[in-house]
Design a binder for this molecule. Structure first.
Ligand SMILES: [Zn+2]
Length: 411
């Protein structure tokens, strides 16, 4: 069992095939959940699961599973997601699902008799193209609220209730996903790093120590629009200048007082949006992240207070709405130690790092111990067609995943 390795050529073939589904004109992959390419990819994955002799199952959230039964019905699960952002890359998510699938295939081929049941999982809409990140894993772990789902609109403005039937699902079926869930006792996720650290460290494998929590606000400064030529500077309530002032001061605050945490204003819309009119309104997104729950909470309070202070000093109003929120997760030390010792056994160099990006593993952490294995992203790139990996890193990470699954399922 110790020397069992994945069939890497087969894994690469899968990656290439899946990478052809949803190719867009800009050279990337566009496979948002329940789009036509996503539905095609789901069909493809179902065929691979059945071809491997695993038991296929789709739950009420459209999460896809392939099961290899063990002596116990307790499940050791590994997976990720196959949906992508618009114009994304080939590896984010896909490597985790396909590596897990390959691990189960190898274990089945070797007729290994394991105590626990193994499942490969592909979670719906990790990327949040519909109504916020992690729809599938949140449904699976029972973290969705009926009222919110009923009123939810996708980022393209369509009611969620109208999109779900395209995939044979409904709000009610989403809510049932957690009820029909098997007893999951561990979850592993292999993923690209989506950052530059592992490449910098020249190691093939990253073991994740914690996953950042996030607060995502949609916010607005409301001032007064006015003529660019006739309104003296001192009489203005310029929403853009207020936002600019806030952006600089809040970033300085985080850098000075909350080192390691992040703040990002990623999207700004100025209204009315004319070159000759003072912006009366600035709509913006505010993304706050931290590896530590307490630090995230305190930073959030201080940043929101700063926004109110900056706006009132300038005579404007500040409004905000919390769109999404996740808590930081610390990987349990027995899981991290297990992965470390397997790396040592396999003679793989590794580096321990926190994840700044959110992952399904973070959501699964609410029901079971989780572990995450990263592989380097070339140039740290992700969510772009240029996303790339070194295939030999994936081979090592997949072999590590295989050994970790065998070890967890043998208990
Ligand atoms: Zn991902």
């Amino acid at each position: 069992m110790k020397d069992l390795k994945v069939n890497f050529e087969r894994l690469i073939k899968d990656l290439e095939e899946l990478g052809k589904i949803g190719q867009d004109q800009r050279g990337g992959i566009s496979r948002p959940s329940f789009s036509l390419p996503d539905l095609e990819a789901r069909k493809w994955l179902k065929a691979r699961i059945e071809e491997a002799g695993l038991i296929y199952r789709q739950d009420g959230a459209g999460n896809i599973f392939g099961r290899l039964s063990g002596k116990s019905s307790q499940v050791v699960m590994a997976g990720s997601h196959i949906d992508t952002v618009i114009n994304g890359g080939r590896y984010d998510g896909s490597v985790g699902v396909l590596a897990a699938l390959e691990c189960l295939r190898r274990i089945k081929e070797e007729n290994l008799s394991l105590n626990k049941t193994l499942e490969v999982a592909s979670f719906t809409d990790e990327e949040g193209n519909l109504v916020g990140d992690f729809l599938g894993s949140r449904a699976f772990t029972g973290q969705l609220q009926k009222e919110k789902l009923k009123n939810a609109r996708t980022q393209f403005g369509h009611p969620l209730e109208e999109i779900l039937p395209k995939a044979g699902l409904s709000v009610e079926s989403l809510l049932r996903a957690s009820v029909d869930r098997p007893e999951v006792v561990a979850y592993l996720e292999l993923h690209i790093e989506q950052g530059p650290v592992l490449e910098e460290e020249s190691v093939p494998i990253g073991l994740v120590s914690s996953i950042a929590g996030k607060r995502y606000y949609q916010a607005t400064f409301v001032g007064k629009a006015g003529h660019a030529g006739t309104t003296p500077l001192e009489l203005r309530q310029d929403a853009f200048l207020t936002l600019a002032d806030f952006a600089v001061r809040s970033t300085q605050l985080v850098a000075r007082k909350y080192y390691g945490n992040t703040i990002t204003i990623g999207r700004v819309v100025l209204k009315p949006g004319s070159f000759s009119i003072i912006p009366g309104e600035a709509d913006f997104t505010l993304d706050l992240r931290s590896q530590d729950s307490h630090s995230l909470k305190v930073m959030e309070e201080e940043i929101l207070a700063l926004a109110s202070e900056v706006s009132s000093t300038r005579g404007l109003s500040f409004y905000r709405q919390l769109v999404d929120s996740t808590e930081p997760v610390v990987i349990p030390s027995p899981m991290l130690e297990r992965l470390k010792s397997l790396c040592q056994k396999l003679s793989y160099d590794y580096f321990i790092l926190p994840s700044g990006a959110g992952h399904d593993a973070q959501i699964l952490a609410s029901i079971c111990p989780v572990g995450m294995i990263f592989i380097p992203s070339i140039d740290g790139l992700s969510h772009t067609p240029e996303e790339a990996i070194h295939l030999e890193d994936l081979e090592k990470a997949a072999n590590l995943l295989l050994q970790a699954l065998i070890s967890l399922a043998s208990e």
